[in-house]
Design a protein around this ligand. Structure first.
Ligand code: NDP
Length: 332
């Protein structure tokens, strides 16, 4: 495993990490969740991602049980949760002082933990003043219930505002952002945040490296039974992905698969290795509903060295994105 500093902090996260969205509770019971987390841990993964919203809290309950059963040393782990959607009540959602504190306390109970290492604001909350959000996150850090705080899918200007408030009030600013990043979704990481890496030492824990499975090639001949887009609870996700040009992406994935095969790796390995090539990515959060998927994807680390300039250019041509000269790709 390779470990990277999370932004400018002294904390090191495995460059490949594992998250429980969709899978825990919906596709994976406690036993499968244990197998998945153990497979990841045994390969050196130290960062496990969760959220109060995942399976309405059941994902945290399952992860808590797995952590108890596995009895790994707490200091070897980096555990996160995210606060925003905590239930149906008017004050069970958003980033009010009340919900950030109540939501985090409830999440810690479900996870059976005294603290999370990383605590995210799962989305921006336009109804809560920034100072209220920054103060609430600072209270939890001061109470020792979270070590670092960050954001997910915030705009660059919202992150800048949080830093300005923190500087003015002598509070701790956000350290990391959790945006979507994959071959089909690049703008935030490659354009919008570029000045934040240097200016604030922003770390990134990126999600959906396989675009929910589109970048595995599994949707070439329709929607396979039991796959993510076949899950009844996720009809909304299927609708969203279809409305965002699914067919074009499926066709691009086929071109990418040919490139992967030409260097003896699989398409998921190519897609994940491509994310790892970006120096501004601290960790790639993987998802998997089966142990063999995870075993395959973990080998993406070895595939990074195969993505030389020529292959990177072929990948660009296959996804037909404009050239982006400002990216600092890691040397192969
Ligand atoms: P991916 O885009 O990598 O999708 C993972 C899914 O793709 C798996 O669950 C599986 O779905 C399929 N898959 C993975 N590997 C393979 C393979 N080798 N062969 C075939 N199919 C495969 O990541 P996720 O969307 O799951 O996101 C990862 C994590 O990021 C989440 O668990 C969560 O922690 C975080 N996240 C954060 C968000 C945020 O708003 N902050 C939003 C979304 C995710 P299946 O088998 O069911 O088809």
């Amino acid at each position: 495993m390779e470990y990277r500093f999370l932004g400018k902090s002294g904390l090191q996260v495995s460059s490949l990490s594992f998250g429980s969205w969709v899978t825990f509770h919906t596709q994976a019971d406690e036993n499968l969740a244990y197998e998945l987390m153990k497979t990841a841990y045994d390969s050196g993964v130290n960062f496990f991602d969760n959220a109060e919203a995942y399976a309405a809290g059941n994902s945290e309950i399952i992860m808590g049980k797995v952590l108890k059963r596995a009895a790994w040393k707490r200091s070897d782990l980096v555990i996160s949760t995210k606060i925003f959607w905590g239930g149906p009540g008017v004050n069970d959602r958003g980033l009010s002082h009340k919900h950030i504190l109540e939501g985090t306390n409830a999440a810690l109970k479900r996870l059976q933990l005294e603290y999370v290492d990383l605590l995210f604001c799962h989305r921006p909350d336009v109804y809560t003043p920034m100072e209220e959000v920054v103060r609430a996150m600072n209270i939890l850090i001061n109470q020792g219930k979270a070590f670092y705080w960050g954001t997910s899918e915030w705009s660059a200007s919202q992150i800048i505002e949080a830093h300005a408030v923190a500087r003015r009030e002598h509070l701790i600013p956000p350290l990391m952002e959790q945006p979507e990043y994959n071959l089909f979704k690049r703008d935030k990481i490659e354009s919008e945040y570029t000045h934040l890496y240097k200016e604030f030492g922003l770390g990134t824990t990126i999600w959906s490296p396989l675009a929910s499975g589109l970048l595995t090639g599994k949707y070439t001949d329709g929607i396979p039974k039991g796959s993510r887009l076949d899950l009844p609870d996720l009809a909304w996700l299927k609708k969203r992905i279809e409305s965002q040009g699914m067919q074009i992406k499926v066709e691009k994935a086929l071109k990418l698969r040919d490139i992967a095969e030409s260097i003896d790796i699989t398409l998921p390995q190519l897609a994940i290795a491509w994310c790892l090539k970006n120096e501004n990515v601290s960790t790639v959060i993987m998802g998997a509903s089966k142990v063999n998927q995870l075993t395959e994807n973990l080998k993406a680390l070895d595939a990074v060295s195969k993505l030389d300039n020529e292959i990177m250019q072929k990948i660009e041509n296959a996804v037909e994105n404009k050239p982006r000269p400002e990216i600092n790709w890691r040397e192969s």
